[in-house]
Design a protein around this ligand. Structure first.
Ligand code: PHE
Length: 520
């Protein structure tokens, strides 16, 4: 997940230039390695990931104020109950959802006509036609830890479960961190052989132009049932379905074997090699068609703006991956603007999920893709905060596209207001000094996402990014000092000096009040 759930920055890969520099990321094996390190994110579109209060971008005026519910320390001042989507939930000491994030649950950008996120959803859906695929676009964002983690085979100590990474309502209830949270329920429901889920997802993360605590994912799956395929021959049935899919003429690099005993194992207890290979072949063709569609549309939009636009031929490759809920697993990468960009995560679904969902005779594949990053690329939208903007100069540029996808054009930035950088330096309490003060951030329990969230809660979408510029440990006292540089820049207007100073003072006070740091 972005800062902390991100894949290790692989050697030789650079981050995605500007528009989507980082990834909100996948729950892959390597993410564990990332934790605690300061590695930069690898290029990814799978998760925005996990992609605010003050400016007019949020719908709810209350988000313009730091709220008592924004504390990063448990107990402090959580409301006893909260309301999401018309339902009431009891909070407990696990509650950590700030008001601006709660407010975002009402927005449903993936369903807002002519919104770039919604248009992107429509484009992807067009490659997975009904009745084989059924679309589910209005699932509640509040799910249980069982749905979000246990049902998918996440180990109990998986870092994705930490309060530093995930928004909890109470110990057992959270804002979904990915659309896979609905997978088991849909397998159980057996409504259609395939499905797509589009939804808002939530992850605590760093602050920059490609990370936002709320973002959108699309999840898709396709299953076949040994009990109902002709002659019980599931492999033949899958290849027949594959033969019915359209083709494309893109060269796809796929250098790895279909499964590998150590790196990308077959679920040998449940699947024959032929079954897993058939599922994989159908998965790959289906997802390649989707990616070809996205990049053809991106190119058409570029040509519309500049008839002389020439780009390199599309290069696509499959790489081995790991997810707790698929095996073998792959990511699809696209060579874009000089860099390999991870577009989606996918794999043969873990048979235990089918078994536990009461459909043991089914096998299939699943994938997940981040909609915000794809939308940034399609429309050339330079800053993820723009999606939340209600400024007509933004929204009017996409008018009519939902009804006629062929009219999709690139976004024309309406302004770039000046940046204003301000630093805040503070000491973390030493562990012993923290003593009985539950608020004090000591070097031991300090998590960067807490700093990010406090800043967002106070300054909201006027913060473009926050970077750690210095940290050191005092040689004598052993105390740790951190310095963060905050870039204040509104998407909608020029901030006055006085206004920025006031905001920065409020941010500083909030860091002291909520994290117990000592300003230097
Ligand atoms: N849920 C995964 C993520 O958020 C993506 C994924 C979905 C991967 C389905 C494989 C299968 O990173």
């Amino acid at each position: 997940m972005g800062g902390s759930r991100t894949l290790v920055a692989a050697a030789g890969r650079r981050t995605w230039p500007r528009a989507g520099a980082h990834a909100h990321v996948s729950y892959t094996a390597s993410l564990c390695l990332r934790r605690g390190s300061q590695l930069s994110c690898r290029s990814s579109l799978t998760n925005q990931c996990w992609r605010a209060a003050y400016s007019s971008v949020f719908a709810t005026p209350s988000t313009h104020q730091p709220s008592p519910t924004t504390t990063t320390t448990p107990k402090a001042s959580s409301p006893a109950t909260i309301h999401v989507n018309g339902k009431t939930y009891k909070t407990d000491s696990w509650f950590n959802v700030p008001a601006n994030v709660l407010a975002a649950t009402t927005r449903k950008l993936h369903l807002q006509k002519d919104h770039p996120i919604s248009i992107t959803r429509q484009i992807l859906e067009s490659k997975f036609p009904g009745p084989t695929y059924k679309y589910h676009n209005d699932f509640d964002p509040v799910v249980s830890t069982v749905e979000n983690f246990d049902s998918l085979g996440f180990p109990p100590d998986h870092p994705g479960r930490n309060r530093s990474d995930t928004y909890y309502i109470n110990k057992d209830t959270l804002l979904r961190t990915h659309t896979s949270a609905h997978e088991a329920a849909l397998f159980r429901a057996r409504e259609s052989p395939g499905y797509l889920i589009s939804a808002d997802v939530y992850r605590r993360d760093e602050v920059d132009r490609s990370h936002y605590p709320v973002f959108h994912q699309m999840e898709g799956a396709r299953v076949w049932d040994r009990a109902s395929v002709p002659n019980g021959d599931i492999v033949a049935a899958i290849y027949e379905d594959l033969a019915r899919l359209p083709t494309h003429d893109i060269v796809v690099e796929d250098p790895n074997p279909p499964h590998h005993p150590e790196r990308n194992p077959l679920q040998a207890k449940h699947h024959t090699a032929a079954e897993a290979e058939a599922v994989a072949a159908h998965l790959k063709q289906s997802l390649e068609l989707m990616v070809v569609e996205i990049f053809s549309r991106a190119k058409a939009a570029a040509v519309k703006q500049d008839p002389n636009f020439v780009d390199e031929p599309l290069r696509v490759r499959w790489v081995e991956a790991y997810f707790p809920f698929t095996s073998p697993s792959w990511e699809l990468e696209v060579y874009y603007a000089g860099d390999w960009l991870e577009v989606l995560g996918s794999g043969v679904t873990t048979q235990e999920i089918h078994i536990n969902s009461g459909v043991p005779s089914q096998i299939g594949w699943a994938f997940g893709i981040g909609l915000d990053r794809i939308a940034m690329l399609l429309f050339q939208i330079p800053d993820i905060r723009l999606f939340w903007s209600q400024d007509e100069r933004f929204l009017s540029q996409f008018a009519g596209v939902s009804d006629n996808l062929g009219t999709l054009k690139r976004f024309i930035p309406f302004s770039k207001y000046p940046a204003c950088y301000k630093d805040v330096s503070f000491w973390l309490r030493s562990t012993s000094a923290a003593g009985g003060n539950s608020k004090a951030a000591n070097a031991h329990d300090f998590h960067e996402n807490d700093v990010m969230e406090v800043i967002r809660n106070v300054a909201g979408d006027t913060v473009e990014d926050v970077k750690l510029v210095d940290d050191f440990t005092h040689p004598k006292t052993g105390r740790k000092s951190m310095c963060y540089r905050i870039n204040y820049r509104s998407l909608e207007r020029t901030l006055t000096n006085a206004e920025t100073n006031t905001l920065h003072d409020q941010v500083t006070q909030a860091l002291v009040g909520k994290l117990g740091v000592e300003i230097r």
